[in-house]
Design a protein around this ligand. Sequence first.
Ligand SMILES: [Zn+2]
Length: 267
Amino acid sequence: MGRRSQSEKKKEALVEDVTSGNVEQTGWNIDPCRRLKDSEIQEVVEFTRILDNHRMLAVGDEREWSSNPQGTFSISSCYNWLMHDQGRIAAIKFPSDYIWNKTIPPNISFLVWAAAIRAVLTLSMLSRRGIVIENILCPFCNSSEESVEHLFLHCSFVGQIWEHVLQQLSIVWVHPTTVLEFVWKWKLKISIKPLVFLRYCVPFAIWWIVWLERNDILIAKKQLRKPMSTLVLDIKSLLFSWSINVVSFRNIKFGDFVFDWASLFRE
Ligand SMILES: [Zn+2]
């Protein structure tokens, strides 16, 4: 019979104490870090009810690294966990090479990097950090909370921009859940081939223009919002500005680039 681990011994000792009445049981204290929305109150009530059925023991709490039989963290056990991960899908390698590229201006790469690590200060993020905001709905569709995933991937309004651009670039694509998954799956090698170059750059251009427009609406309080067609024009203009240093785009005029995109870059 194998040796029992430290954590197993501790658990057995605890069960013994509880059954003998040596350990006092206590309740849960739910203390949300921000004000709850009306729609969330019922969920919290339900959550509290579930927790009430699982009494917490009034004993010291401690962290335990489950990938080591001793329960303690070590670099070698972490390495083994990362490399093998018990047959599950390996952790996503952060797509730094795709995000940080000299073709893309650093401020735009920074936005995409922040989106990938979910650090963009959307209304949802500000609310989670305890800032009281009356309305945290997306300024484009006004129907869902403005999270980075919603704003950049799943918003119905921004989705129309995606649909238009993807169709012109002959790309069949379904957005994954998060921006990190997106860039991980999308990542392409930069190329001077016009179509590959545009496909590489398109997410950066769309997210930057959407972010600027979002800031104009929410921060500058702009009343007159740009229609989708104008935002698409802005995206194409931005892409043109990045393409002027690429040899294969040298003979393409701005008007053709912007208004004749679909036929110009057909496969
Ligand atoms: Zn939206």
